[in-house]
Design a protein around this ligand. Structure first.
Ligand SMILES: Cc1cc2nc3c(=O)[nH]c(=O)nc-3n(C[C@H](O)[C@H](O)[C@H](O)COP(=O)(O)O)c2cc1C
Length: 357
């Protein structure tokens, strides 16, 4: 029974990669909102562009630039090569990498190497484990939590919140009852920092507050503007299961585009932290449609510690241009830093940025 669930989970993880690479999966009725923000140009930067320092610290570890490769995959045959390539890049650039949901590794022992390969290929980069809120709400034993952490010698555990995705999966698990209490137990006992993330619908200030109260150290907003996981699931099941019959046609388009734009999540959480000093230490990851290094720079000026990307990194990996893409993003970021007179990521946090009228 457990092995049968493991096979279904493996098939789902495989099809997610295929669909994200080959189908139209992005929001079409809204975007990240980052395009509506513009740095104030500094005509007198008074810094040496060649001395700009992109390195920063995240969750107690120094990283090469404020970019993370978001949680994507693991748990099926081909995932081993994908995760190895992602991990090698993470190690070269000294940036964090999240593995995809490790539910499959809890359901069966096949394909565990598709996760453990990440630590083998990235001995020093921060590596984050991943599990879903429904699994947390259902209750994870101490052994199960140890499996997640030990398999990849994880520096942190990511818990993903994906209610809209589960809603659009015919086999989805939509029971999130009791999640926060279970999460509090985990953050109190697990021994590594816990990061909570969405997968594309964003995290509001009130959700961020509850997650921080439950002991979460960082929030990855994964806002609207990149992949709509409702659309991904719609592609998976269109032949067997029609949401056109399940929802009113006029509501379906809105549901497929449901979510808080990434920039709105960032400004909302920045305001929460500013108004409530007790949340000041909460770290923030900007993701959901991050498309280049200028988006990374804007995210930092809007309150994020680092930014993260999944889909663009997957596309670059598939095209064999992962290193070139990360290098170009680092150059975009440097350009924004030079033109705002920011010699370090700390200084970029203070760079003036305005909402375009
Ligand atoms: C192929 C693929 C698989 C993903 N699987 C997971 C997952 O297992 N767990 C998770 O937390 N997020 C998963 N995500 C979501 C991403 O981590 C990210 O939050 C989301 O795609 C938004 O970022 P983006 O717009 O840069 O893609 C996946 C993304 C992709 C592209």
């Amino acid at each position: 029974m457990q092995e049968a669930s493991a096979a279904i989970t493996a098939e789902r993880k495989h099809s997610h990669v295929d669909i994200c690479l080959n189908r139209e999966v992005c929001f079409d009725l809204q975007n990240t909102g980052l395009g509506a923000w513009r740095f104030q140009h500094n005509a007198i930067p008074e810094i040496d562009a060649s001395a700009i320092n992109l390195s920063t610290e995240f969750l107690g570890k120094k990283i090469g630039l404020p970019l993370m490769i978001s949680s994507m995959t693991g748990g099926y045959g081909d995932a081993l090569a994908l995760n190895r390539t992602l991990a090698e890049a993470a190690e070269r650039f000294g940036i964090p990498l999240g593995v995809g949901s490790m539910r499959q590794a809890l359901e069966g022992s096949s394909h565990r190497e598709s996760f453990s390969v990440v630590r083998k290929s990235a001995p020093t980069a921060p590596i984050y484990a991943n599990i879903g809120a429904p699994e947390v709400a259902a209750g994870l034993s101490r052994d199960q939590l140890s499996t997640l952490i030990d398999l990849i010698e994880a520096d942190a555990l990511i818990v993903h919140l994906n209610p809209a995705q589960e809603l659009f999966q015919p086999e989805g698990d939509t029971n999130f009852s009791g999640f926060l209490d279970k999460l509090s137990d985990i953050t109190a006992t697990i021994g590594v920092p816990v990061i909570a993330k969405e997968v594309g619908c964003g995290i509001s200030p009130s959700a961020a507050r509850k997650l921080a109260d439950a002991g979460v150290r960082a929030i990855d907003v994964a806002g609207a503007g990149g992949i709509s996981w409702q659309k991904v699931e719609e592609h998976r099941y269109i032949e067997r299961f029609s949401n056109e019959e399940r929802f009113s046609p006029s509501a379906l388009d809105e549901l497929l585009n449901w979510g808080i734009p990434t920039s709105e999540c960032l400004t909302g959480i920045a305001a929460l932290k500013q108004q409530n000093p007790e949340y000041g230490a909460l770290s923030v990851i900007s993701s959901g449609g991050i498309g280049n290094g200028l988006d990374v720079a804007k995210s930092i000026a809007l309150g994020a510690n680092i930014a993260a990307s999944a889909r663009r990194m997957l596309i670059a990996l598939h095209a064999g241009t992962l290193d070139e893409t990360i290098r170009a993003w680092a150059n975009d970021l440097k350009a924004a830093m030079f033109l705002t007179g920011s010699a370090s990521i700390e200084e970029l946090k203070q760079a003036p940025i305005n909402h375009k009228p």
